[in-house]
Design a protein around this ligand. Sequence first.
Ligand SMILES: Nc1ncnc2c1ncn2[C@@H]1O[C@H](COP(=O)(O)OP(=O)(O)OP(=O)(O)O)[C@@H](O)[C@H]1O
Length: 301
Amino acid sequence: MATIQAHEIVKRFGNQTAVNQVTFNVEAGEIFGLLGPNGAGKTTTIRIILDIFKPDSGSVEVLGGTMTEDKKNRIGYLPEERGLYQDISLEMCLNYLVRLKGLKPSYAANRVSELMKQFDLYDHRKKKVKELSKGMQQKAQLIATLAHEPDLIIVDEPFSGLDPVNTQMVKDLLRQEREKGKTIVMCTHQMHQVEELCDRLVLINHGKVMLYGKINEIRRNYASHEVIIHPLNDLPASLPGVVQVEPVNSGYLLHLERNSSPQEILKYLVETGVALEKFEIAMPTLDEIFIQVVTAQEEKA
Ligand SMILES: Nc1ncnc2c1ncn2[C@@H]1O[C@H](COP(=O)(O)OP(=O)(O)OP(=O)(O)O)[C@@H](O)[C@H]1O
């Protein structure tokens, strides 16, 4: 069953349509990427999902129906604008935020201690929040998002300000949450993180859905007519069905004719005795697809 069902949602601010007929589902137990360039409508979409804004039209179902106060306690949201109280100790701040999510004080205190240890923040618990580094504050914000063990986790730029070690830790943590059956929506501009972590994605631009589906399928749909090979011996002087052989790194990029397939090239190479260390259909990265989709829409506009 879908954890989020957004159906043709529309949100206008004055003359501007920030979200325009957006439809997508987030399935239970997946990590879902909500992507788009600056100003695309991602935060507005999240605010509609969380019932902070009402849509002008369309509907949203979350955790099996319309939003209720009880359901809000089953959601963990890491917002774009961080909301920690700066002038109190880290420990006090986290205990307070976690109790707001309905946890009993003693349970909240234990959970916060446990997570501060896991996030290497325990030794800093008596410091005022404003005395913590940016990365430490980010980790604290993640604790406040996850401590009440929400069923739906929505994280906006979760890796912001984190060094590679902490980025890895947060990635592992998100995967662990998925393994526990939790549903995660991740907003980020870091496409390689999306490629690594997400199962499916929706890409919004100017409030409209531009891409939606499984990442592998999206990449396959955008695959150009090119093959990467690493041969162990020389290539034949000519390759039928190949218009250009371009040397790249330790191999070649073969540009295929429109009507020839990678399978035909592979068959020909094997038949002519070329030993191959690598044969791969060249797939664009999500970064390349993102740029292609967004710039094509700009040119049309
Ligand atoms: N409260 C508001 N009042 C008026 N306009 C708004 C409001 N919130 C968002 N907008 C406008 O709606 C559009 C979408 O904004 P939104 O914050 O949803 O984008 P975003 O995809 O989250 O961008 P970013 O990646 O920069 O955070 C923008 O043009 C923004 O200026």
